[in-house]
Design a protein around this ligand. Structure first.
Ligand code: NDP
Length: 287
């Protein structure tokens, strides 16, 4: 008999609306793993204590979300490749007593995208330049995308992301890879020849579900894939409009599930069943 479960969890503030615990524990149950995922409310002042606690209790690892993704780095022993490039960590893994920071957000998006298309050689238009866009841009470049246009309202964040993509990331990406920045003002027209269009902004996230991207919908054509990072609601206005124009669409649940799949695999060594995790989230979102 063993009454001692392996522990994982999340440190964030706010944390009450974070449904990752439901998705991860559904996977643990499905795979008969005696593991738990504890959703913890942790303020910036107590992050170091929380990390020390996880280390003291021998946790297998933890996610960290807003506002800890950068601050956690100095509390760790090292970083994986993507986290190093992005300068942000959302998943910490205890590897033989060394606490290593990884970033699974972009990998989650990539996993979801790769179910539809290989990004190598593609031309991408991505709206947004925040944390999610940064993670997606880095992984797309590492996966061989040819060209990424970052369209963002704020110039500073947009330029910073372009500097990263055309600097440190370009050295590890496909020959001829280029990222360019377009300041977003008025309806943006997606250039012909674009393969993948991504909303990596928070536009459309619950409860602001009627908010829309400033986008010339007539510039979308049926050979494009349109992806949204918004997990709730899964069928955003953008995805409905794109589907009506014949585009293939990818919702934000796929990204959420796949980043969870990668995290669980890092912690447990088992690649969990994504369909079980997706069903759990769909049941929650459908109320
Ligand atoms: P950030 O706050 O870091 O970035 C937000 C981005 O959205 C910025 O580029 C911002 O532009 C842009 N934006 C917000 N409102 C508007 C608006 N009204 N008009 C134009 N641009 C706008 O957030 P994150 O990158 O961390 O998260 C973005 C979204 O991604 C969230 O909704 C989150 O739920 C989702 N997400 C989904 C994940 C998943 O697994 N499905 C994982 C991680 C995030 P500006 O710079 O001009 O302010």
């Amino acid at each position: 008999m063993n009454f001692l479960s392996q522990l994982t969890g999340s440190f964030a503030q706010p944390s009450a609306e974070n449904l990752t615990v439901a998705m991860v524990e559904a996977a643990y149950r499905h795979h008969d793993l005696d593991w738990r995922y504890i959703n913890c409310e942790v303020s910036p002042e107590r992050l170091a204590d929380a990390v020390a606690g996880a280390k003291a209790m021998g946790w297998a690892g933890f996610n960290c979300s807003i506002p800890h993704k950068v601050a956690v780095i100095e509390l760790l022993d090292g970083l994986g490749e993507s986290a190093e490039l992005m300068g942000a960590v959302n998943c910490v893994v205890n590897r033989d007593g060394k606490w290593i920071g990884e970033n699974t957000d972009g990998k989650g998006f990539l996993g979801s995208l790769q179910e539809h298309v290989d990004p190598a050689g593609t031309r991408v238009v991505m709206f947004g330049a925040g944390g999610a866009a940064r993670a997606i841009g880095v992984e797309l470049a590492l996966a061989g995308a040819q060209h990424i246009t970052v369209v963002n309202r704020g110039g500073q964040r947009g330029e910073t992301l372009i500097e990263l993509l055309n600097g440190k990331v370009r050295r590890q990406s496909r020959d001829g890879f280029v990222a360019e920045f377009v300041q977003w003002s008025g309806d943006y027209s997606v250039p012909p020849g674009t393969d993948i269009v991504i909303n990596a902004t928070s536009i459309g996230l619950y409860p602001d579900v009627d908010a829309q991207l400033e986008l010339n919908l007539d510039s979308l054509s049926d050979n494009m894939i349109v992806a949204d990072v918004i997990p709730n609601p899964p069928k955003t206005i953008l995805l409905r409009q794109a589907a009506a124009r014949g585009c293939r669409v990818i919702d934000g649940i796929g990204m959420l599930v796949n980043q969870g799949v990668t995290g669980i695999e890092y912690w447990t060594g088992i690649r969990p069943e994504a369909t079980v995790m997706r069903k759990t989230l769909e049941d929650i979102f459908s109320g």
